[in-house]
Write a protein that binds this ligand. Sequence first.
Ligand code: CMC
Length: 372
Amino acid sequence: MTTTRGLEGVVATTSSVSSIIDDTLTYAGYNIDDLAENASFEEVVYLLWHRKLPTKDQLAEIKKELAENAEIPQEVVDHFKSYDLKSVHPMAALRTAVSLLGLFDSEADVMDPEANYRKAIRLQAKLPTIVSAFARIRKGLEPIKPKSDASLAANFLYTLTGEEPSSVAVEAFNKALVLHADHELNASTFTARVCVATLSDVYSGVTAAIGALKGPLHGGANEAVMKMLKEIGDVDNVESYVHEKFARKEKIMGFGHRVYRQGDPRAKHLKEMSEKLTNLTGEPKWFEISTKIEEVVTSEKSIPPNVDFYSASMYHSLGIDHDLFTPIFAVSRVSGWLAHILEQYENNRLIRPRADYTGPDMQKYVPIEQRG
Ligand code: CMC
């Protein structure tokens, strides 16, 4: 048996949802650059789930369905109020809340395609509300009811802060959602597909995916990037900070990628937004520190930044708590997870690879009294 560490280069399935070919990312055939400049997140959700852009009527329909399903059960709110949220990471809270949500969906275990699509709508609609409710409850504030006529991007910012977001903030946040929506067979999407390939339910698949996204080598990197920017504190400290990291053989968060070689095509859009927003908020230092880190890391290691690098300073500029960065990634990526989950059900086969055994040779059971 040959083993491939981390399954690098292994093609584990076919998929028509998204592709990474020659460092170009497409969603159902549309270049991410094109979508980032032009599409609303709701259009992208439709695209990922149907592999075609919606007509006006189809877009209006999916927006209506998302708006109608955005409220979360009172039980989820009560659950958040029932423990000390100060010691709970929002990704852990989100993971538990999605699992809990499944208990209040009478269709949770109904496996026909129509029921699974309805659950996809519910999950996509409710994830932003869960994240903003958690963020408010832990500050002693009441959750805010989502509006029925706002975009998902605008509604998230509104339910988070209770204030009408600026058009610049909505535009930037919408773009960030578009850029994070899907990414071929990344670790959390693979996790979701492995889970539902046992014919487990959609809630289990999304719960499992949230667990995988939480780690700092995946979605957790965006929060870790902001931590690093704060630790560095000043552009003059960048070189010594990066050199010390290299000397300790530690990774610089927000850099590197398993698939991209020349660079992550999403990073340039986030870099542009980070520059614009950090200037608008009067805190250009976060962008300056970031570009200096990029300069040092790329010149010395040729490792380009990934999607998580500039999203950190960009989200910070939108006034978002740093530990909400990864839950926001989930608010967007759930669209991709759901597209892959529905695709997996359409043509399912159990995903069950092998392991090359490296443990002890064949042993004979020894009664406990005779063990040395
Ligand atoms: N900083 C410094 N060195 C790095 C980095 C980095 N961020 N990333 C990779 N390397 C080096 C690594 O040390 C190794 O060097 P050597 O061959 O000398 O031992 C080489 O590059 C290959 O690294 P690897 O860890 O074997 O590569 P991988 O394909 O297994 O990991 C990765 C990919 C993204 C996990 C990794 O680049 C990493 O840990 N980056 C930092 C965390 C991060 O930003 N994660 C977000 C990933 S992209 C979006 C997402 O999924 O959320």
